[in-house]
Design a protein around this ligand. Structure first.
Ligand code: GRE
Ligand code: ZN
Length: 326
C-alpha cells in the first residue's frame, strides 16, 4: 500500500553560516533536540533507508526550527529562500520520495506570501508549514492575511505546527517546574502545552472569521487534531455564529470543510476513533513526526487500525494525495 507522511522534519546546520553571530549565540537547542540534529540534517541516508524498511512511499518535509524569525524583515526573506533552495536541492534526486512545505519568513508577510508562491511554482512544494506564534502573534493578526490569501489562490494548504511559547507564556505557565530541559520542555511543549497552543491557534482563526474570509483555504494540524476532537461538541457550542465571534459557520461545519488532522506522534486507537467520529475519515492524514517519532511506531499503529482497506487507504495516502495534489 502507498503510504504518505506529511509532518516530517528537517533542519540543516549549514544554514547556520547565514545567521549573524548574535543570533547564533542565542540559539540553544534543548537536550532532546540536540540528539536529533544528525537525523534532522539527513535526507537521503538513514531517513530514506528507514522509509524503505517501513514501507513509506513519500515524506513531505518541513523545517523544524524558526531561526528565520530571529532575523529582521529585510534579511529573513533571503534566508528563507536559501533554505527552500537547499531543501529543493537535497530532494531533487528523489522526486517520488520527497516533497516539502515551504519555510516562510513570517516576520515579513508579503515576502512570505511571495516565497510560498515561488516555491510552489519553482519547486512544486505543496504548501507551507508555520510553527506557532511569530513574535507573540497568532495567525489571525491582520498582518498575516497576505499568506492566507496567497495560499488560497495557489490552492495549497497551510500546516500549523506548534512552536516555542512566547516569554510571557513561559513566565506565567511554565516557570518553576524544575529542570529546564526535562519537565519544562515536556509541559510547555510536546507533553501538553504545544497541543493546547495549536488548538487555540485554530480556534482563534475560526472566531476571527479567517476561514470565512478564505473559504477555499485548507488548514492542516498534527497530533490527531491537537485535542480538538475530544472538545468537539463543547467548543462547537461555545463558538456558535453570533456568539460574539466573526465566524459565519459553526465550528463543526467549518472544520469539516477546511481542516485536516494528521496522526503525527499519536499512535493509539482511542484518539483516532474520536477523530473519526468528529472530523471524519476524509480529513485524517497519516503522519509520523520523524525523527521525533520513529517510522516503525507509525507503521505499527497503521497496521492496528481496524477499518476496511479502502478506508485505511484514505488515511495512509488518498487524503494526502487529494489535498496536496501528489
Ligand atoms: C515536533 O516536531 O513534534 C517536535 C519538535 C521538537 C522536539 C520535539 C518534537 O519539533 O516532538
Ligand atoms: Zn512535528
Amino acid at each position: 500500500m502507498r503510504i504518505v507522511t506529511i509532518e516530517e522534519h528537517i533542519s540543516f546546520p549549514e544554514m547556520n553560516s547565514f545567521l549573524p553571530d548574535d543570533i547564533l549565540n542565542k540559539k540553544q537547542p534543548s537536550g532532546a533536540l540536540q540528539q536529533m540534529i544528525p537525523k534532522l540534517a539527513d535526507v537521503s541516508g538513514d531517513r530514506l533507508q528507514s522509509m524503505n524498511e517501513s514501507g513509506i512511499s513519500m515524506q513531505v518535509l518541513s523545517v523544524e526550527n524558526t531561526d528565520v524569525n530571529l532575523l529582521d524583515g529585510q534579511s529573513a526573506p533571503e534566508f528563507a529562500s536559501k533554505y527552500n533552495d537547499l531543501i529543493a536541492d537535497k530532494i531533487k534526486g528523489h522526486p517520488d520520495r520527497f516533497t516539502a512545505f515551504a519555510h516562510l519568513p513570517m516576520v515579513n508577510s508579503i515576502a512570505a506570501a511571495d516565497e510560498l508562491e515561488r516555491t510552489v511554482k519553482t519547486y512544486g512544494f505543496k504548501g507551507a508549514m508555520i510553527r506557532g506564534v511569530t513574535n507573540g502573534e497568532f495567525l489571525d493578526a491582520p498582518k498575516f492575511a497576505p499568506i492566507f490569501e496567497r495560499a488560497e489562490q495557489l490552492g495549497v494548504p497551510v500546516y500549523i505546527h506548534p512552536g516555542i511559547p512566547p516569554k510571557p507564556v513561559i513566565d506565567a505557565y511554565y516557570s518553576n517546574i524544575g529542570d529546564q530541559t526535562g519537565p519544562f520542555d515536556a509541559i510547555a511543549c510536546w507533553g501538553w502545552g504545544w497541543h493546547s497552543e495549536t488548538a487555540i491557534h485554530v480556534l482563534r482563526l475560526l472566531v476571527a472569521g479567517v476561514f470565512d474570509t478564505y473559504p477555499n483555504l485548507k488548514i492542516i494540524i498534527g497530533h490527531m487534531g491537537e485535542m480538538l476532537p475530544i472538545m468537539w461538541d463543547r467548543s462547537n457550542k461555545a463558538f456558535q455564529p453570533g456568539n460574539g465571534g466573526k465566524n459565519q459557520r459553526t465550528l463543526i461545519e467549518t472544520f469539516k470543510q477546511q481542516l485536516y488532522m494528521t496522526t503525527s506522534g499519536i499512535f493509539t486507537q482511542p484518539p483516532l476513533q474520536i477523530a473519526l467520529d468528529t472530523i471524519g475519515i476524509d480529513n485524517i492524514i497519516f503522519s509520523i513526526d520523524y525523527p521525533f517519532s520513529t517510522n516503525q511506531m507509525g507503521i505499527d499503529f497503521l497496521n492496528e487500525i481496524k477499518l476496511p482497506p479502502e478506508q485505511i487507504e484514505k488515511i495512509a495516502h488518498r487524503n494526502a494525495d487529494r489535498l496536496l495534489g501528489l
